[in-house]
Design a protein around this ligand. Structure first.
Ligand SMILES: Nc1nc2c(ncn2[C@@H]2O[C@H](COP(=O)(O)OP(=O)(O)OP(=O)(O)O)[C@@H](O)[C@H]2O)c(=O)[nH]1
Ligand SMILES: [Mg+2]
Length: 328
């Protein structure tokens, strides 16, 4: 059994064991493929999962052709330091937000239900890339199961709110209720798997169309206060978008760590990214698994009391820390 299976992978595997329909099985397998650590030790397992997905998709396709229905679903390959899902009711501006913050070119349209499959885009925040995934809207009538699957797997949720709509609060409560029925709880606390099925996802709220309806900000503020961090933006004028990048990066709970060689300045190029709460040992393992066994000590600049002090290996690193790793 390969080591280092993530809690998300194990939760998806448990879901597979408990699945009662092919749709649930496919959903669980796609989650497993998205969360399985990609290294040599899991290659056979990955191939097996892919084979099972292909088989179920074939079966669904056969059913579809014979007129018996059957959804195939989608999954999004992870890229960058974290994956954030754009979630909300129809026509609020989710796709416009993806277009404004990333390199992606989604269809943006003045009518509801214009997005029907997931579209990822990469958002650059300072020196780190974060993946945003545009999704079809969440509504009681139309949302397919795989949409919830992607939300469940994302590192955090960006709830998109229409400042120009009188029904914004009502619509949002419905989105939250629909997610809740699928065991996805939105919160302003860090994302976590609660058990084999239920997850809690860190959430921020972005109010769109601030240019059209600045008066809508009051309603959003009253609704979100004490519940989720929020921000009003306009994808048309660009107002608030810089701040939005910062808020989204914060929601991803990523910590950037830099390294240096003894006697040399820090390498401030590409940071290593780990999760909030990860320790010095986690960082070393992330850089190179074999380094952990060869580790003598680590000096750290940033989050410790004294610059360059020897760091306890269980010390949680902070965003911007510089590590000098000494091996045997
Ligand atoms: N004035 C203004 N219009 C916006 C803004 N953001 C989005 N829109 C408009 O709102 C409409 C809906 O935008 P979309 O991005 O397609 O909305 P969506 O949430 O992706 O919609 P679905 O995919 O159908 O759920 C489009 O006409 C956009 O041009 C904004 O900040 N200001
Ligand atoms: Mg859309």
């Amino acid at each position: 059994m390969p080591a280092n299976l993530t809690p998300e992978f194990i939760a998806a595997r448990n879901r597979l064991q408990q699945a009662k329909s092919d749709e649930e099985r496919l959903d669980a397998l796609q989650d497993m493929l998205a969360t399985i650590p990609k290294h040599k030790g899991t290659e056979k397992m990955q191939a097996d999962i892919r084979r099972r997905i292909a088989k179920l998709k074939d079966k669904a396709e056969q059913r579809r052709k014979s007129g018996k229905g059957g959804a195939t679903g989608f999954h999004v390959e992870r890229e960058g330091a974290a994956q954030l899902a754009l979630v909300g009711p129809p026509n609020v501006g989710k796709s416009a937000l993806l277009a404004a913050l990333t390199n992606a070119h989604p269809d943006v349209a003045p009518y509801p239900m214009s997005t029907f499959k997931p579209l990822p885009g990469m958002m650059l925040y300072e020196d780190v890339q974060v993946q945003l995934v545009d999704l079809p809207p969440i509504s009681a009538e139309y949302t397919e199961g795989w949409v919830y699957g992607i939300v469940r797997l994302a590192d955090a949720v960006v709830l998109c709110w229409d400042l120009a709509s009188d029904a914004a609060a009502e619509d949002m409560e419905q989105v939250i209720e629909l997610l809740g029925e699928r065991m996805i709880t939105l919160s302003d606390a860090p994302s976590v798997a609660l058990d084999w099925r239920a997850v809690r996802r860190r959430t921020v709220v972005i109010g769109l169309k601030a240019d059209l309806a600045p008066e809508g900000v009051d309603t959003l503020s009253r609704w979100a206060e004490g519940r989720f961090p929020w921000l009003a933006v306009s994808t048309t004028t660009g107002a608030g978008l810089e701040e939005c990048r910062r808020l989204l990066f914060g929601a991803a709970d990523i910590v950037r760590v830099y390294t240096k060689k003894p006697g040399k300045p820090a390498d401030m190029g590409q940071p290593y990214t780990v999760k909030q709460g990860d320790t010095v040992t986690d960082v070393v393992a992330h850089i190179h698994r074999e380094f952990v066994d060869k580790l003598r000590f680590v000096r750290i600049w940033g989050s410790t009391k004294f610059e360059g002090q020897h760091a306890p290996l269980d010390h949680p690193v902070q965003d911007g820390d510089v590590l000098e790793i000494h091996l045997v």
